[in-house]
Design a protein around this ligand. Sequence first.
Ligand code: G3P
Ligand code: MG
Length: 250
Amino acid sequence: MVDAKTVKVFAHRGGREWAPENTMAAFRQALDLRVDGIELDVQRCSTGELVVFHDEDLSRTTNGVGLVADVSFDELRRLDAGSWFDKEFKGEKVPTLEEVLNLVDGKCILNIEVKNAPVSYEGIEDDLLALIEAYPHPETLIISSFDHYVLRNLAQRAPQYQLAVLADAVLIDLPAYAATFGARYFHPCFDSCRPDVVEQCHQAGIGVNPWTVNGRKSWSRALKMQVDGIVTDDPEDLMVFLGRAVAVTV
Ligand code: G3P
Ligand code: MG
């Protein structure tokens, strides 16, 4: 039985309501709030570093242009990833996954979403495994991707990691499908998350963490559905809604 006390709160991209998404500023605030988990997106720049960034294109959330895949790490680091959100965050940088791993350091669950479409980062699974190999809290990692080949490759190379099937659909026989790569979680778009889907997953021992669930009505619906975790842009208000934090901002 999941309730307001036990449902896990995940800060989507670190919490998009309060800070520029996928930045250290957002992740620090999420940790200060003591969220149960942080979701972030990973891509690869031209010099091979795994960086935390949502879009394949730089223009929405930085002052740069072009593809993440085409810029070097030095070029990427010169970009401002904060001003587009608020001038208060001017100078915020695009973090590396390594920096976020060092910051989080097991303080909460880290859901690493591997972006591999529309840009395909060949061998990104190996880069990720090489990086998280030294992470001292592997049991707190959940790796997800819309590219299920990535999940399958990870499962074949390193079955010790928890995987989540990421999808925007009601899948046929999800438990059987998830079992093909030993996935322990299903991360559905909230629009395709239904009580029978949650029930089916739970019967197979699969946890369900839908995204992106914003606002009281949706949070109530998610709780009623008995989801295990709620991935939200607004973790602060969700914590207040659940009776687990006092509002920090007015
Ligand atoms: O991982 C859940 C969610 O983040 C997937 O969608 O586009 O926000 O990365 P997106
Ligand atoms: Mg994501």
